[in-house]
Ligand binder design. Structure first.
Ligand SMILES: Cc1ncc(COP(=O)(O)O)c(C=O)c1O
Length: 359
């Protein structure tokens, strides 16, 4: 009897595996992880206590409807509970959005380079990815994205601010773009870094969603709220999109620990957003120091900076690692560096200065 392996879907063949940010090296003199846009602060005491209390019950399934968290979010954002859908991180919700809208023969548009999960989850859905290059300033080219829409387009991601470049699109251009998108095409405003935005011209997607039924906003507790390890994110979407998300979600995907921590984080928001304010100050310091050293860095509204280093990317990433900070290289293109602890940022800046002098 000849042995054959189980038949897998052909679309999986070309799909890259998601590449997580490299962890900091263990055992070195100093090692900081600036490769995954995480929040460097440890959990707030109140949040930690909530999680510890929930841990005593993890022999039970979580509340599948995420009732407490959904109510808290509805209050916090002034939206109906029925317009919220939660998931295992916002990437989990993004995958549910694709399952709900797109399949073979359909097209999904996003900027490139952008969040590296988009091509993966798009291809898994079977839909065709339509990648629209960023402008020369590393910003979404919304005119080109509007022109890429066809009758097969089902979903468009706008990552605002964009990962990995940190650049953000502003209100007037985003509204002009949304006006050009047919009402039966879903626009997903991925706002994973919304809390770090300080440019007042960058719109809050939840305000745009209110009057536009084809706009869905993705948010996460992984970045500003510091819950990356607990995996919880959510969408704010009109019906029937929100209802479809609840159908496609993995049952019990959001643990009780994550739900309780997210509720506690929303209640401790003042303190958490104070920490975000400190990171934004550090971002300014890092950005200005890099510019002073002579680097070209696009304006960033997120908790990271982007350096388009082309062929020198790998060498600079190695120099950073040697100095004690792990950053995120995209070989041949550029490097993303998360704003971390003050000391980590200092190490990175010294490495950047030394590398610059060798050029
Ligand atoms: C733009 C963007 N969206 C979504 C995510 C996913 O975050 P999570 O699944 O942790 O909520 C990330 C994480 O890096 C991101 O950069």
């Amino acid at each position: 009897m000849s042995e054959t392996s189980p038949k897998l879907r052909a679309v999986l063949d070309g799909i890259p595996t998601y590449k997580p940010g490299k962890p900091a090296a263990a055992g070195g003199p100093v090692a900081y992880k600036l490769s995954s846009n995480e929040n460097p602060y440890p959990p707030l005491p109140g949040v930690l206590e909530g999680v510890i209390a929930a841990a005593g019950n993890f022999n039970r399934y979580p509340d599948m409807a995420c009732t407490g968290l959904m109510n808290e979010l509805a209050n916090r954002f002034g939206v109906p509970v029925s317009h919220i859908a939660t998931g295992t991180g916002s990437v989990g919700v993004a995958q549910s959005l694709l399952q709900a809208t797109s399949g073979p023969g359909d097209e999904v548009i996003y900027a490139w380079r952008s969040f590296e999960a988009y091509p993966i989850i798009t291809r898994i859905s079977g839909a065709t990815a339509v990648e629209v290059p960023l402008t020369s300033g590393d910003v979404h080219d919304l005119d080109a994205m509007a022109e890429a829409i066809t009758e097969r387009t089902r979903l468009i991601f706008v990552c605002n601010p964009n990962n990995p470049t940190g650049t953000a699109v502003r209100r007037a251009e985003l509204e002009r773009f949304l006006d050009r998108v047919p009402s039966d095409v879903l626009v997903v405003l991925d706002e994973a870094y919304r809390e770090f935005v300080r440019d007042e011209e960058v719109p809050d997607g939840i305000e745009l969603y209110r009057s536009r039924p084809n706009v869905t906003v993705l948010r996460t507790f992984s970045k500003a709220y510091g819950l990356a390890g607990l995996r919880v994110g959510f969408a704010v979407a009109h019906e029937p999109v929100a209802a479809a998300l609840r159908k496609t979600a993995v049952p019990f995907g959001v643990s009780q620990l994550a739900q309780d921590a997210a509720v506690a984080s929303l209640r401790a928001e003042d303190e958490l957003l104070g920490r975000v304010g400190s990171l934004v100050c550090e971002r300014k310091r890092v950005y200005e120091a890099l510019v002073k050293q002579g680097w070209t860095v696009p304006d960033t509204q997120a908790n990271f900076v982007w350096m388009r280093l082309g062929e020198r990317t790998a060498a600079f990433a190695a120099a950073c690692e040697k100095a004690g900070v792990v950053v995120r290289p995209f070989p041949g293109e550029g490097l993303r560096v998360t704003i971390g602890e003050d000391e980590a940022n200092d190490i990175f800046l010294h490495a950047a200065e030394a590398f610059r002098k060798e050029l």
